[in-house]
Design a binder for this molecule. Structure first.
Ligand SMILES: [Zn+2]
Ligand SMILES: [Zn+2]
Length: 466
């Protein structure tokens, strides 16, 4: 009988990893990084609780690092088999893993400078570019909705999850001793109100379900309200003349913002002369999105076509890519009338810091926060109303208006999760809640019980039979 062991994302939302074992094979479902405090991230340095060389196949739901970021480590530790994912995910994974290797090598270098001075032993980066290159060689891109026999008696099918480009719900059918059992892993389910991507596909049958519960305890603000507020900020900024800065995450959120600005442009609301995308990583990601318009939501595809553009880029004709440092520095000289989208999303690094230095002190400037800001980050300080901010070595007065737009989530809210669960036919699948904080999982469990669906909250290391 097949078993599944929970090896990650049982407490919190990061470090997704599950080991599926059948009589003949071992399959690793997700291989995510633990993300959080320095102490929590030490978990990534530990050896895997299984022999990587003994795994026959890896199955990935989507490219986000908390689901994929430990793959180069797995390969470095001896894994040589196939890594399955959707085709767009292969391309996004290359961008994300290369950035992750860059950051891990940079952090190790900083740490080692300190250690050398202190006469301490040096540390190794979590992985290097070579590990990433080797990992990318093993990646195999599959098409949505097409079943693939990945191992003897194991069939994999990806269904649209609508979370980021290429994101998928994972269906695994395991045939043993003449009996077939179906395991469904929700992956990260998207927010059906978000632009660009299709809504998560509703699944009707499963024996066992691994269910994400990121927003198990709350609903998002209605998208219409968020968009009205966004439009008002654009109008206000047009009148006051200052620049608008949008710190944005490279994958997903940036493309959503570009799409929404495109809508405003097409509606005649956006009068700005230029929207700068000032992030090489976000530009590369946006280009992957262009290449995979066939997986876009049909309504949004039609909108793009009606604008006689057919692409995300020409839907917003004033969009300018800023790739080089020189191009980025040239934007610093613009004092008004520009919209600048730059990373990082929480203002902890990247080019946004320079734009903050040049704009925060201006009374007519606006900063729009469009994503989650962790405690302790400069982005959070702005949201919390800081009067001054330390950026690139300077103390800058915060005179700009700071706006927080809370509605742009890439995750399904509580009601959307419940609706998705509601689509399963009886008998309802045996459900395990993962990928959520304790409060979120408990709230979702409570709601599911009211729907007569039994849902368990597994502990780290727990093994269940499929
Ligand atoms: Zn995700
Ligand atoms: Zn996730």
């Amino acid at each position: 009988m097949a078993t599944l062991t929970f090896l990650g994302a049982t407490a919190g939302v990061t470090g997704s990893m599950y080991l599926l074992e059948t009589a003949q094979s071992k399959i690793l479902l997700e291989c995510g990084l633990v993300q959080g405090s320095y102490e929590e991230e030490q978990e990534n340095e530990k050896p895997f609780p299984f022999d990587p060389a003994s795994i026959d196949a890896v199955v990935l739901s989507h490219g986000h690092l908390d689901h994929s970021g430990r793959l180069p480590r797995l390969v470095n530790d001896g894994y040589r088999g196939p890594i399955y994912m959707t085709s767009p995910t292969v391309e996004l994974l290359e961008i994300l893993l290369k950035d992750s290797a860059f950051l891990s090598m940079r952090d190790a270098e900083w740490e080692n400078k300190r250690r050398r001075r202190a006469g301490k032993e040096e540390v190794e980066p979590l992985y290097t570019n070579e590990d990433v290159e080797q990992t990318l060689q093993l990646c195999k891109g599959l098409t949505y909705a097409t079943p693939t026999e990945i191992l003897d008696g194991v069939q994999l099918r990806y269904l649209d999850a609508g979370h980021i480009l290429g994101s998928a719900i994972v269906e695994l059918i395991i045939k043993e001793e003449g009996k077939a059992r179906k395991l469904v892993f929700s992956g990260d389910l998207g927010n059906s109100c978000a632009a660009i991507l299709r809504d998560p596909v509703q699944v009707e049958k499963a024996d066992v379900l691994l269910m994400e519960s990121t927003y198990g305890n709350r609903n998002h603000r209605p998208m219409e309200e968020t968009l009205d507020e966004f439009k008002d900020i654009i109008r206000e900024a047009t009148e006051s003349g200052g620049n608008i800065l949008i710190p944005a995450f490279a994958v997903g959120r940036t493309q959503e913002i570009i799409f929404r600005l495109g809508e405003f442009y097409q509606q005649g609301i956006l009068k700005h002369q230029a929207v700068y995308l000032d992030s090489p990583m976000a530009i590369a990601t946006t280009e992957v999105y262009h290449r995979y318009q066939d997986v876009f939501d049909s309504e949004d595809k039609t909108a793009l076509r009606q604008a006689r553009s057919g692409s995300l880029h020409s839907y917003l004709p004033v969009l300018r890519y800023s790739r080089t440092t020189e191009e980025s520095m040239a934007i610093n000289r613009i004092t008004d009338g520009a919209i600048i989208i730059a990373g990082s999303g929480m203002c902890t690094g990247g080019r946004i810091k320079h734009h903050l230095k040049h704009n925060l002190w201006r009374r007519n400037a606006h900063v729009i926060i469009v994503g989650y800001q962790a405690i302790g980050t400069p982005g959070r300080a702005l949201v919390d109303g800081a009067k001054r901010l330390r950026v690139v070595g300077e103390d800058v007065a915060v005179n700009a208006t700071i706006h927080t737009l809370g509605g742009f989530s890439a995750h399904a809210g509580q009601q959307q999760l419940l609706d998705w669960m509601g689509a399963f036919h009886k008998p309802k699948p045996h459900t395990y809640l993962i990928h959520g904080e304790t409060d979120a999982k408990k709230a979702l469990q409570h709601q599911l019980h009211a729907m007569d669906i039994k849902a368990e909250i597994p502990e780290m290391g727990k093994t269940i039979t499929i």
